[in-house]
Design a protein around this ligand. Sequence first.
Ligand SMILES: C[S@@+](CC[C@H](N)C(=O)[O-])C[C@H]1O[C@@H](n2cnc3c(N)ncnc32)[C@H](O)[C@@H]1O
Length: 309
Amino acid sequence: MHTMTQEQLARFNKLVGERCDLFFPAAKQVVLENRLRERLLACGHSDYDNYYNRLLEEPEEMQNLLEGLTVNETRFFRNPAQFKALRERILPGMIDGRNREIVKSWGDETRPWKWGERHPLMHLRAWSAGCSTGEEAYSIVFTILDSLKFPRAWDIEITATDINRSVLGHARMGVYGNNAAKDITPDVLARHMDRREGGLVVKEFPARLVKFYESNLKDLSARRGIMTLTSADGLEAERDATGYFDIIFCRNVMIYFDRTAQARLVNTLYRCLKPGGFLFTGDSEPLHLFEHEFNVITDGDAVYYVKPS
Ligand SMILES: C[S@@+](CC[C@H](N)C(=O)[O-])C[C@H]1O[C@@H](n2cnc3c(N)ncnc32)[C@H](O)[C@@H]1O
């Protein structure tokens, strides 16, 4: 039986934090310990120092370790009060505002636009940060599509990112068990999903609007809003996400980070929003613990944050 000293455990904890901001406080260290033991045996190492060195040398093994450390629990329309606010207040306001700007821009020669072309203001960009198996990203796109009179006339882009490759594989397929139906109203289900033997699959149009990428929130914070996005075929692209998104969902992700990493991420998410853009966090991730510049909105049972215009 391999034993690990407290110093070794602390070293692993620090390394995982350095790579992806995940932090295991004393009460949760047993999760890290168990996962390390599993990987040590799987790799055929006999001591933890050798395994530590391997982690430093092999990014693939770091990824294997991380896949067993992240908590991936999620579901469609998780926190229904937030989706109600998105559907009933945020999107109608945003779409109206954009339509008004479009009308104002007619005849504005500095913003030339021809009839028959999509107006440059007809776009909506949302981000599911820490998307896990994709239910959150698809819930967002379903809600956006249902808020627009002519959804196909708009440029809708949902970016969905996670650090865990195996959940992204699941998310990209868009296939879920029948029990997912309990979280989706029958009319939304009928519009956006098909029933297949043994489960549900997201229809082609909403699925096409969601792009899943491997991306580490730690890197995004370190690079002040520059995203590194790795697609399914392993291609890496960079995006300057400064002022890019109308809506960000980053829920039940930073709860696993330490306070410093949380504060840094909140500031980075602020930077990535357009003025007037909205941020949703998880119920256990209130922002009042940090210094931030968001306005806080309490709307029924939902709390969310808006970047001042
Ligand atoms: C509990 S799930 C939350 C899923 C969804 N947002 C929700 O609230 O239902 C947390 C996700 O965050 C991802 N995650 C953790 N650390 C991350 C990091 N540094 N960068 C990107 N994703 C991360 C995990 O892999 C996991 O899939």
